[in-house]
Design a binder for this molecule. Structure first.
Ligand code: FES
Ligand SMILES: [Fe+2]
Length: 413
């Protein structure tokens, strides 16, 4: 359970039935996920996000993405409070060294307190109201949400905008630097944009059939959502009931190529492909080689292309985030499916099934983000612990720092 003592927040937990109580800091050092949502297995506390495990001394004994032979970095260890003790049916915690003795049994139990909010990162974070965000194109609605002659109120960077569609034209009130339609989405740039458009070649490729998910809203900032989209290590833990069970824990670092306005990262791994019709007939094995390409453009435009190298079947996911308020982000996700060269187009039922699956996966990510309770994406490397599989996350933080610097220069001009 989560508790607070002085300025600090902790999680107290019994790692073995009937055993001693242990106390840990409230946030996992990796991505600052609250450990109160963790689970206990084999006498260890396991973080719910990427499965890092901690023993009773706070030592990180397992980082699944490093594989069974990998050694967790020393900074992954948890700094424990000076003492935790059970007395009179109570758990007592001393964050710092003290010479005070425990008081006698309390006469009356204190009123139960609300669960403490774990501390925020010490350094700067990239949040949804970051001023440089005014210098970018943002998705604000699906084109189909704004009918001809109709209007729509949208929220962006803490401000309301009224969109109107007159004939072919979409306009915004109050006036913005620009409003446009692209990729089936309405985009708004409050001020002169400094970002780079995300290219989606699949949108113009006749071998692909698109399907949009209904837009979703997350009660948190966009930065951690982008980070999760780029992360290949949370599947077995956050998506255990949908796609994660087949994922292997160990993840090799993906190659990253820096590009204008972002980066591309390519990763190959083995995974199950139950949708391949050749699997049922024995023509191909269930376990197949898959190449995943991530394309990121700052601040919040992402594309993921998954190609099964044997069959050529490809699934592309376009992931666009609208920073509405400090604690609100709207998500637009499109799935584009291809059965591979020389194959018939995917049937509508297959596209619908993929949209439903991606919606479930997205809902799991959003639920996981709800528990995070941070104001934005930490930009100071000392606030988190990175391992080799986090290369894209590190590149995301750097790209947002670069974006912020360019946007702020424009704001000052
Ligand atoms: S393992 Fe805890 S946040 Fe990643
Ligand atoms: Fe996810």
């Amino acid at each position: 359970m989560p508790v607070s003592a002085g300025e600090s927040a902790y999680v107290v937990v019994r790692l073995r039935p009937g055993g001693e109580v242990s106390a840990f800091p409230a946030r996992c050092p990796h991505r600052l996920v609250p450990l109160a949502a963790g689970t206990v297995s084999g006498g260890r506390l396991q973080c719910p996000a990427h499965g890092w495990r901690f023993d009773g001394d706070g030592r990180c004994v397992d980082v699944p993405s490093l594989g069974t032979t990998g050694t967790p970095p020393p900074r992954a260890d948890l700094a424990l409070p000076w003492a935790v003790e059970e007395r009179h049916g109570w758990v007592w915690l001393a964050p710092e060294r003290t010479t005070a003795t425990l008081p006698p049994r309390p006469a009356t139990p204190p009123a139960p307190a609300a669960a403490p909010v774990p501390p925020q990162p010490a350094g700067p974070v990239f949040h949804n109201l970051e001023p440089s965000l005014a210098h970018a194109w943002h998705p604000v609605a699906l084109s189909r949400e704004l009918r001809r002659g109709g209007w729509l109120q949208v929220r962006l960077l803490g401000r309301n905008w009224m969109l109107r569609r007159d004939g072919e034209e979409v306009s915004a009130e109050p006036p913005a630097y620009g409003v446009r339609e692209r990729l089936g989405v309405i985009w708004l740039a409050p001020d002169e944009p400094a970002d780079t458009d995300l290219e989606v070649p699949e949108a113009a490729d006749r071998r692909f059939v698109p399907g949009w998910l209904p837009p979703l809203r997350s009660p948190g900032p966009a930065g951690p959502l982008a980070d999760t989209f780029l992360d290949a290590t949370h599947g077995p833990f956050v998506h255990a009931t949908t796609i994660g069970a087949a994922d292997v824990g160990e993840v090799a670092p993906g190659e990253i190529t820096l590009e204008r306005g972002g980066f591309t990262s390519v990763q190959e791994q083995w995974c199950d492909n139950p949708l391949d019709p050749e699997v049922a007939t024995g023509g191909r094995s269930l376990r197949q080689r898959r190449r995943t390409t991530y394309i990121y453009r700052a601040p919040f435009q992402l594309r993921l292309r998954q190609e099964f190298l044997d069959s050529g079947a490809t699934t592309t996911i376009v992931y666009l985030l609208q920073p509405e308020d400090l604690d609100s982000t709207r998500l637009y996700v499109c799935v584009l499916l291809s059965s591979g060269g020389g194959q018939p187009l995917p049937l509508p039922a297959a596209v619908t099934a993929q949209v439903v699956l991606q919606h479930q996966i997205l809902a799991e990510d959003v639920r996981s983000q709800e528990t995070l309770a941070v104001r934005g994406l930490p930009l100071d490397r000392r606030d988190e612990v990175h391992v080799p599989a986090d290369g894209r996350g590190v590149a995301l933080r750097q790209a947002l720092c670069d974006f912020m610097a360019v946007g702020r220069r424009q704001l000052a001009a």
